[in-house]
Design a binder for this molecule. Structure first.
Ligand code: F3S
Length: 418
């Protein structure tokens, strides 16, 4: 791989141990993937921030010196940084989680702790009145970035037209420190072209998008899909699609005809028809059927918790959930939900009126964390969610291997009141 003189000096350690390690990581990855050179990036997003998943490996981050070279955000951690006691997180975990966070913050990484960095409003703006289009946290079309967190990577590539490979935590951190990434994979325009078209024969909505994402990995392997839907999916539905695809497949980008910026049909060599019934069949083949779309981990089961916000809820999703809560509260004649009910969102909305109103129904809205990366939710054995990604990951990342039922947002709220 070609290195400039300055990059060579860094590689040789002339600019210190931290940058040398970062350069060694990028060169190793670049050479493995046939990259010709490094290219500058505009931003980085680093995962592996929860003490539950990273463990004591964070001590390596503590040894790093210096500052990141580009704006860098951090994925969710293992607890709400303000309300962790309410989550029943113990002191020891909280102490270690804070140490992880300090290690990253010391490098200049912004501890926004969200998996939807593209939904962070501009600094000093009013989060409820901001147009995200003007946010510096939202990558622009054609911009090279180095993000980890599969759902965010796929969303940034597909919906925003930014360019990133599916980075792991070490390579995203190395790229952040150097402000560069190797030129290969999805940074090269030809590798982004759709080669298989998925014609979605029925109207789908809400949790169907997460289920479709899970199924897509099975259908397309490592080909790039172009979806053609009946109707125009919302950005939140595309977010669920991205998260589902990232949970089962190796695809880092998709296109939607008439919606996403790089949707083209000239390289399509195969067309696959997908019916709504296949989504249910797919989920049933992974586990026994449950309520709603399907359930993972086998067996029927009554949910003992409702969890929404994987990926973290947008403002629009919060508003929609509030509307459904209000309707279901009226219909059921209950003022509070009857099941433990958790929503996860970005910190920008903490203390907002919409969150206060949602919590009036007995729902807990936590920031900085999520159901999957926090140890606080291990006590539940049957989760009801609208997220395909949570459906996939909650049983894998919890010692208790809970059952997960995937259902629409309406069904989740309805069940919470019954
Ligand atoms: Fe985000 Fe946690 Fe889901 S990090 S994508 S809410 S598993």
């Amino acid at each position: 791989m070609y290195l400039t003189k300055e990059e060579e000096q860094i590689y040789e350690g002339e600019r210190g141990w931290t940058l040398q390690k970062a350069m060694q990581i990028l060169v190793a990855i670049g050479e493995l993937n046939g990259a010709e050179r490094l290219i500058p990036i505009k931003s980085a997003h680093v995962s592996g921030a929860s003490y539950k998943t990273i463990g004591d490996a964070y001590e390596f981050v503590e040894r790093l010196q210096g500052r990141v070279a580009v704006r860098t955000t951090l994925n969710p951690v293992g607890m709400d940084l303000e309300r962790w006691r309410e989550m029943l997180i113990d002191e020891d975990f909280a102490k270690k989680q804070r140490a992880v966070l300090s290690a990253y913050e010391r490098l200049g990484i912004l501890a926004e702790c969200t998996c939807v960095p593209y939904e962070i409003p501009p600094p000093r703006s009013h989060p409820l009145e901001t147009s995200l289009a003007s946010s510096p946290f939202r990558p622009r079309e054609g911009e090279h970035i180095a993000w980890s967190e599969s759902s965010a990577v796929i969303f940034a590539n597909s919906v925003l037209g930014a360019r990133t490979n599916m980075e792991g935590a070490p390579s995203a951190l190395a790229a952040a420190l150097l402000g560069k990434t190797p030129l290969y994979g999805l940074h090269i325009p030809e590798n982004r072209n759709a080669t298989v078209k998925l014609l979605i024969c029925d109207e789908i909505s809400d949790a169907d998008f997460g289920a479709l994402g899970l199924l897509t990995g099975e259908i397309v392997g490592d080909s790039v899909p172009l979806f053609e839907f009946k109707g125009i999916p919302s950005e939140d539905e595309l977010k669920q699609l991205a998260a589902g695809i990232g949970a089962t497949g190796s695809v880092g980008i998709f296109h939607v005809k008439g919606v996403t910026p790089e949707a083209k049909e000239d390289m399509i060599s195969e067309v696959v028809h997908v019916e709504r019934s296949q989504l249910r069949d797919f989920l049933e083949s992974c586990g026994d059927a449950g309520a709603g779309v399907g359930s993972s981990s086998g067996g029927g089961g009554e949910p003992d918790v409702v969890a929404i916000g994987c990926p973290h809820c947008s403002l629009n999703e919060l508003r929609r959930i509030y509307k459904i809560l209000k309707e279901e509260s009226k219909r059921s004649r209950r003022s509070k939900v009857a099941l433990p009910f958790f929503i996860f969102t970005a910190r920008a909305f903490r203390g907002s009126e919409i969150v206060r109103r949602i919590e009036n129904f007995g729902v807990k809205v936590f920031c900085d964390t999520c159901f999957v990366v926090s140890p606080a939710f291990e006590r539940f054995s049957c989760i009801l969610t609208n997220s395909g990604k949570m459906w996939r990951y909650a049983p894998l990342l919890s010692q208790r291997r809970p059952k997960v039922i995937l259902a629409s947002t309406e069904e989740c709220v309805k069940r919470a009141f019954s």
